[in-house]
Ligand binder design. Structure first.
Ligand SMILES: [Zn+2]
Length: 121
């Protein structure tokens, strides 16, 4: 599909700079704060404007996946409510912690691709 840029997806999966793909865009391994500039190519990463976009996308995606899964579990197994509370909290936390950084990197990469004027040349 034309809107899927595999280069951007691969760079976002590794949280790499959307322009050079050589350096990480985050300040630390467990942080969502983006570096001021890419240490490899000098891209002004602080000019990104991803805002709440990645979190909103993740809410929609995980909601579409987890709510039907919880309903299916209830219909098939009918576990006690505490099982739902523990299970889906753990699953949601695991998925959010595993996907929020790459998703934010992808939103930043899409902004870099489609709005290059925002990055100072
Ligand atoms: Zn770079």
């Amino acid at each position: 599909m034309i809107w899927l840029d595999t280069t951007l997806i691969c760079r976002a999966a590794g949280s790499l700079c959307p322009r050079c793909g050589q350096a990480k865009i985050y300040k630390s391994r467990f942080d969502l704060a983006v570096r001021e500039t890419c240490p490899s190519c000098g891209l002004a990463l602080a000019r990104n404007d991803s805002a709440d976009g990645p979190a909103v996308f993740l809410i929609f995606i995980l909601g579409a996946l987890l709510v039907p899964a919880a309903l299916l579990l209830e219909v098939l197994v009918q576990p006690p409510l505490w099982v739902h509370a523990v299970l889906w909290t753990a699953v949601a936390l695991f998925l959010v912690l595993g996907t929020l950084r790459p998703l934010k990197a992808y939103v930043i990469a899409l902004q870099f691709k489609h709005r290059p004027g925002d990055w100072g040349g």
